[in-house]
Design a binder for this molecule. Structure first.
Ligand code: ADP
Length: 328
């Protein structure tokens, strides 16, 4: 059976981008067709300035939202990265096959480190080595497929390079994974700035729809989305990124095709109203399940404890084999 691994970082509240770009496929497809692991990657939340209590709170909330999005612990493994030591153990070995040059070329590192320096802060070394830890997350489980939003493609490519290099140097140890993306909305853009993705770190941004936003908040954010001064609704990612983003979100929520949906609208206002209602409907069941889970915190604890135990059992033999292969 195909082994699938993916994760979410508890650096902020999960967004519509996380849901449409990744989580929804995990629940609808991956957990049914594959031996799938889904991880709250809390170690990755420490790569930028962080508040310990907030990281702990967001880790728990992210796990609840994964379950609320439809992940079923009878079908897949849901766990927290720091509960399984194998991630950090393997990461060090992979640091010994990665080069500092290839780390510095990662787009996300260049963007985030520039931001940190711009704020006058120092850049944590872990921000540079983050993709190596991500490679360890994936390779430790002999993963075949990594279903992620399109923003993570470069990191999965690096994971493949490291796996191939390790195997060539030290003998066949790792499965070389493939990346997969959803067909539409693989990259949901910020409603106020369609040139940048809808990312969760920028908390309370008016261009970001959070999974737990109340219906009226969703409506307000969508109605205020930046478009352009044109009037005709056409799907053009380059020339009309704001409208294209709304059409993609609508397509992802209703199962349509962006180009065909565009033909049905005469004004941006009508389009926005339908997008807002479609998003509210998509989020409704997730929010209902989340409320039920909040009333039963012991259940989430149990799921995470069992998940970590299962994950440990899968990762340990792979990581032990890597230690032997590299000469330890
Ligand atoms: P973030 O960038 O929000 O911190 P994570 O690193 O936690 O996201 O990613 C969780 C999953 O959500 C990944 O598969 C990522 O590719 C996907 N994802 C994140 N933001 C978006 C977006 N705006 N559009 C589509 N997918 C996204």
């Amino acid at each position: 059976m195909t082994r699938v691994f993916s994760g979410v970082k508890p650096t902020g509240h999960l967004t519509l981008g996380n849901y449409l770009g990744a989580m929804r496929q995990w629940a609808a497809v991956d957990q049914h067709q594959a031996d799938a692991l889904f991880c709250v990657v809390d170690l990755h939340a420490l790569t930028v300035a962080h508040d310990p209590a907030r990281v702990r709170r967001l880790s728990r909330q992210s796990a609840s939202l994964l379950l609320a999005a439809g992940l079923d612990p009878r079908l897949c493994t849901v766990f927290v990265q720091s509960h399984v030591d194998e991630h950090a153990r393997l990461s060090y070995l992979l640091e010994c096959v990665a080069s500092d040059g290839e780390m510095r070329r990662m787009i996300q590192y260049r963007e985030k480190s520039a931001l940190e320096r711009g704020r006058g802060g120092s850049v944590r070394l872990s921000l540079l080595t983050y993709p190596v830890l991500m490679a360890a997350d994936i390779l430790a489980y002999a993963t075949d497929e990594v279903p992620v939003g399109d923003d993570q493609s470069q990191h999965v490519e690096l994971t493949r390079d490291l796996a191939v290099r390790f195997n060539q140097r030290y003998g066949q140890t790792f499965v070389v994974p493939r990346v997969t993306h959803p067909k539409v909305a693989a990259r949901v853009m910020n409603l106020q700035d369609p040139a940048s993705k809808m990312g969760k770190s920028d908390d309370a941004g008016p261009g970001i729809v959070y999974l737990l936003d109340e219906p009226d908040v969703v409506r307000r954010k969508v109605m205020r989305a930046v478009t352009d001064s044109g009037r005709e609704v056409v799907y053009d990612r380059e020339g009309r990124p704001g409208v294209a983003n709304l059409l993609e979100v609508l397509a992802a929520c209703t199962g349509g095709v962006p180009e065909e949906l565009a033909a049905g609208y005469r004004s941006y206002g009508d389009l926005k109203r339908d997008v807002a209602e479609a998003v509210v409907e998509v989020l409704r069941p997730v929010q209902e399940r989340h409320r039920a889970l909040c009333a039963d915190p012991g259940y989430v604890e149990d799921v995470l404890r069992d998940g970590a135990e299962r994950a440990r059992g899968m990762a340990r033999p792979v990581v032990d084999a890597a230690y032997r292969a590299i000469g330890l």
